[in-house]
Design a protein around this ligand. Structure first.
Ligand SMILES: *Cc1c(COP(=O)(O)O)cnc(C)c1O
Length: 380
């Protein structure tokens, strides 16, 4: 028996993983889990914990899936050629500026895998979307956190100051999930100006398309900025999980200069977007009325929630996605649990260290009313 002791201090026996301290991502509870944990009938559950579209997928997408289901034995087009072409026409870019992902999550992971080498680090804001840290750590590299300013505001100067070696990738969600923080176009462009050209700037626009609360102050369109600046270090990500209502199919996209797209294309899983996802996404792109209804619903629900919550002892954050974050000023876990017993499921933010906060998806008007009722009752 030669060699060193296979059991190191940390108790790992066998192959040593790259990121032994990486905590698992905690998704919202599945419908089955909710039903099981709380003993509630499925129709009695209002799930407002995963920022899903309460309208469901566009009808055209459901039809497309049915039509193409019989072709599920065939590999999909690994390049997603038709989908890329359709997106290129909508975004007015060449298809070689687009990469597709199994959700925008995969594009974010590919950015980390493609650009973080040994000793490099990624940087992002404290309370930033949890996947950024996970992506950096899964690539075996570190993640630096920049504190937010008061009131969960992004501090672009502090982020720019953090863009020094060994940082090679910046992650910024605009707006952020869960805090709703965002930069305006002016703030973002001046930040981009201050990021060295050899650092990749990943701009996550998963909530693009939702109406802002205030048209005077809203997140810009990152693709417009990319096209105008022609930046070689800006990657914009978009998701079809939120306003398009296709979260279960997993489709996302990255838009960047071809030199960046080429790297992501090499790193990504070879056949990453399945055939039903591709066909449904194409159909969803031709369903503007679904987008419009989603926008309207979000606007109405958000106004109702904000007006109603103003009368409660909570602070509300979030201006431009399909969710709000509430600071209850006390431990949120017991409140969330009580609400769950009434069939209203919201997201706790303990994994972010925000123990007093919860995140609620803006659902239908009936969902919103039910949420308020359960919250009032749980706050006691
Ligand atoms: C929901 C969300 C995503 C989307 O992930 P998909 O993989 O496209 O489903 C990405 N970023 C943020 C900030 C999100 O909230």
């Amino acid at each position: 028996m030669g060699g060193s002791d296979p059991e190191k201090d940390d108790g790992i026996v066998g192959p040593r993983p790259r990121a032994p301290s990486l905590p698992p991502y905690v998704p919202g509870p599945s419908m089955d889990q909710i039903i099981h944990d709380h003993g509630i009938e499925p129709h009695g559950v209002t799930r407002l914990s995963s920022n899903e579209n309460p309208l469901g997928p566009p009808l055209a997408a459901i039809e497309a899936i049915k039509r193409d289901a019989a072709r599920a034995h065939l590999y999909p087009d690994g390049n997603g050629t038709r989908l890329k072409k359709a997106l290129a026409s909508i975004w007015d870019v060449s298809p070689d500026w687009i990469t597709l992902g199994n959700g925008s999550a995969e594009v974010i992971e590919s950015a980390a895998a493609g650009y973080l080498g040994s000793g490099d680090e990624a940087v992002g804001f404290e309370y930033g979307f949890a996947l950024f840290r996970k992506a950096a750590m899964a690539s075996g590299q570190g993640f630096r956190e920049i504190p937010m300013a008061d009131g969960f505001q992004y501090d672009p100067d502090a982020l720019a100051a953090g863009c020094v070696p060994p940082v090679r990738v910046v992650f910024l969600a605009n707006p952020n999930n869960p805090t709703g923080s965002f930069l305006t176009g002016k703030e973002l462009e001046s930040l981009l100006d201050n990021v060295p050209p050899d650092i990749l700037f990943v701009l996550d626009e998963a909530y693009h398309g939702y109406p802002p609360r205030d048209i005077e102050s809203q997140p810009p369109d990152g693709i417009d900025i990319l096209k105008r600046l022609g930046s070689r270090n800006l990657l914009v990500t978009r998701s079809f999980s939120k306003i398009y209502g296709l979260a279960g199919l997993r489709v996302g996209a990255g838009i960047a200069h071809p030199s960046v797209v080429e790297v992501l294309e090499r790193v990504r899983s070879p056949i990453n977007v399945n055939c039903l996802a591709q066909t449904a996404c194409l159909a969803a792109l031709s369903s503007p009325e679904h987008l419009e209804r989603s926008r309207e619903l979000t606007k109405r629900g958000r106004s109702f929630l904000i007006e109603t919550l103003e009368k409660l002892p909570v602070r509300v954050f979030g201006d431009s996605g399909n969710f709000l974050m509430l600071d209850l000023g006390r431990s949120a876990a017991p409140v969330i649990e009580k609400m769950a017993l009434k069939g209203v499921i919201v997201r706790g933010l303990t994994p972010y260290g925000l123990n007093d906060c919860l995140r609620v998806t803006i659902g239908t008007m009936a969902d919103c009313a039910r949420f308020v009722e359960a919250l009032v009752s749980a706050l006691g």
